[in-house]
Design a protein around this ligand. Structure first.
Ligand SMILES: Nc1cc(-c2cccs2)n[nH]1
Length: 242
């Protein structure tokens, strides 16, 4: 998976060189290149924003630097990349979307700031590559960099060989529609709180059953919407009669 990231704060993406993403890069599973948008703004002040047509507060990111940056990056690789633009107005990043991103061989991430990027950049880009606007959730950040870190981590960790133990990807929250079960480690007794005895029983079938029950209870308590969604999909949702 190749990820090219365009940002006015390239240093924000340094964490991608740490830990697992860093190892994945060294293993050749993940290729990350960060590009400074200001390198494509040619005036003396390397201006990337201006006041919005129609008035209103804040500034809008100018189209020309973005277009030059996108064309430059597009020329760096083979084939057609997918442009991912983080934004509160996009489809929400879910595990399903993360799996879709994990299947993308080449993505360009456009980190917007200010009030956003001139709409004509999205239109022009969509003529030469797929464009997806993806949101982390219904809240507003100051820029796309944080969202890009989350998206790349969520996708890259699904790449075969990225996680040391692929087993740990199974039964994760959202992988199969349920939240994960509670986990415990030594000591067996801590501050007079005991580990559930079933987990010390050595009975793998009972442990599996207990863990599944915990996932159902936890999902019902914290995310009933997920239960209704999966039940609706299975056609088993019991909707209280009016
Ligand atoms: N989910 C989400 C994304 C964002 C932004 C991306 C770029 C600027 S603000 N806010 N909220």
């Amino acid at each position: 998976m190749r990820c090219d990231i365009i940002s006015i704060f390239p240093e924000y993406l340094e964490p991608l060189n740490l830990s697992l993403p860093g190892q994945a890069q060294r293993k050749g599973l993940l290729e990350v290149a960060v590009h400074d948008l200001r390198d494509f703004a040619h005036d003396r002040h390397r201006t990337v924003d201006d006041t919005p047509y129609g008035g209103g507060a804040g500034m809008v990111m100018k189209p020309q630097p973005w277009w030059e940056a996108l064309e430059h990056v597009r020329g760096l690789g083979e084939g057609t990349p997918t442009l991912i633009v983080p934004g509160p107005g996009g489809e929400v990043l879910t595990q399903k979307v993360a799996r879709e991103l994990a299947d993308e061989p080449w993505m360009i991430f456009a980190c917007g700031r200010y009030e956003g990027i001139d709409e004509r950049v999205y239109e022009a880009a969509a003529e030469v590559m797929p464009v997806r606007v993806i949101s982390l959730g219904d809240y507003v950040l100051n820029g796309g960099e944080v969202a890009v870190l989350a998206m790349i981590e969520a996708a890259a960790r699904l790449l075969p060989g990225f996680m040391g133990n692929a087993e740990s990807l199974v039964e994760e929250s959202h992988e199969d529609g349920l939240l994960e079960y509670p986990v415990y480690t030594k000591p067996a007794s801590w501050r007079e709180r005991e580990v559930p005895p079933v987990l010390l029983s050595g009975d793998h079938a009972k442990v599996a059953a207990w863990r599944h029950e915990q996932r159902l209870e936890r999902t019902a308590a914290r995310r009933p919407d997920l239960l209704h969604a999966s039940a609706a999909l299975a056609g088993t949702d019991v909707v209280p009669q009016a």
